[in-house]
Write a protein that binds this ligand. Structure first.
Ligand code: DOR
Ligand code: ZN
Length: 335
């Protein structure tokens, strides 16, 4: 039987939520992954040292014995240097959301005035705190990410020592930016390596494929596949797995977010095998992230096996992507 071993898989963009949902989803990520960058868009957002420490404790309390490292983030505001110094050891990055652009982002940035942000971004550069960015404008939905490229350029040029992560990129424009600026990096989700807009609204509307940024055109999918499959050193896997209860997805006013955490590695094996690139999967799901973030997770070995695996209809209250569908790879063992 064909197998694929992955050492220390990392999910560099993950939503775990809180309370009952946290208890439902955190063990699923802890099973498949060594660690994950934890998004701070709770209500209210994770924005103080106390918030970070308390949220980390709640995460650790909700995972079973499996070893799992939550790499914590703070919700971006124009923080001063003193505060950043006090929190630097507790966080792996700061996540910037444009105000109101997605789930629980109301407290985000409403103006990209470089002078207003300068003190914070210079302090982050000095303290070597990476900036993770949800890069969308409030323009037409299919153009939002491409329109954001000028903001990425402005940030990259003005703060050359700042490590900037373009989160969950979905466009060929974002892919092109990777080789243009040394300090720009990116995460790519598994759903954006599989879906285009057709899979969201091309036939019957598919709420479980709906997220922000929305899946784009075939040529965008191809550009993402190119850099993911070659494990371009500036890209890393980040699931953006974003659980919402079934009623919030299958409703008038569907919440944005695709839930993939428990099936991500299996789907990645399937994609990388299809293109005969399984040799690059280790770099895409772990090594690149270790290099970019300078992290060194504890040993964990996941063995996947090529055999039929039917994706569950539910994980508790949450419906995963491809629920009920059978894929070709399954997790065999975790050590
Ligand atoms: O689809 C999304 N869901 N995109 C985001 O940026 C946030 C996420 C969520 O928190 O549900
Ligand atoms: Zn996200």
């Amino acid at each position: 039987m064909k197998t694929q071993t992955i050492l220390m898989p990392l999910d560099m963009h993950l939503h775990l939520r809180d309370t009952v949902m946290l208890e439902n989803v955190a063990p699923l990520s802890a099973y498949s992954f060594s660690g994950a960058i934890i998004m701070p868009n709770l209500v209210p957002p994770v924005a103080t040292l106390e918030d970070v420490k308390a949220y980390k404790e709640r995460i650790m309390a909700s995972v079973p014995n499996d070893y799992f490292e939550p790499y914590m983030t703070l919700f971006y505001k124009n923080y001063d240097k003193k505060f950043l110094e006090s929190v630097a050891d507790e966080i792996s990055a700061i996540k910037l959301y444009p105000a109101g652009i997605t789930t629980n982002s109301e407290g985000g940035v409403s103006s990209f005035d470089i002078e207003e942000m300068r003190k914070t971004l210079e302090a982050m550069s000095e303290l070597e705190i990476p900036l993770c960015v949800h890069g969308e404008t409030d323009g037409f939905v299919m153009d939002r990410e491409a329109e954001f490229m000028s903001i990425y350029e402005m940030l990259a040029v003005n703060f050359p020592k700042l490590k900037i992560i373009m989160e969950h990129i979905t466009t060929k424009e974002a892919v092109a930016m990777l080789d243009k600026y040394e300090n720009l990096h990116a995460t790519i989700t598994v759903h954006h390596l599989l879906l285009t807009l057709d899979d969201v609204v091309g036939g019957m509307m598919m709420p479980h494929n709906f997220c922000k940024p929305i899946a784009k055109r075939p040529e965008d999918l191809d550009a993402l596949l190119t850099v993911a499959l070659e494990a371009h050193p500036k890209v890393m896997f980040g699931s953006d797995s974003a659980p919402h209860p079934q009623h919030a997805k299958e409703s008038c006013g569907c919440a944005a977010g695709v839930f993939t955490a428990p099936i991500a590695l299996q789907l990645l094996c399937e994609i990388f095998e299809q293109y005969d690139k399984l040799d690059n999967l280790q770099s895409f799901v772990s090594d690149n992230a270790q290099n970019i973030y300078g992290i060194c997770p504890e040993f964990k070995e996941i063995v996947l096996e090529k055999r039929a695996f039917t994706i569950p209809e539910h994980y508790g209250s949450v419906v995963p992507m491809y629920a009920g569908q059978t894929i070709n790879w399954a997790i065999e063992s975790v050590e």
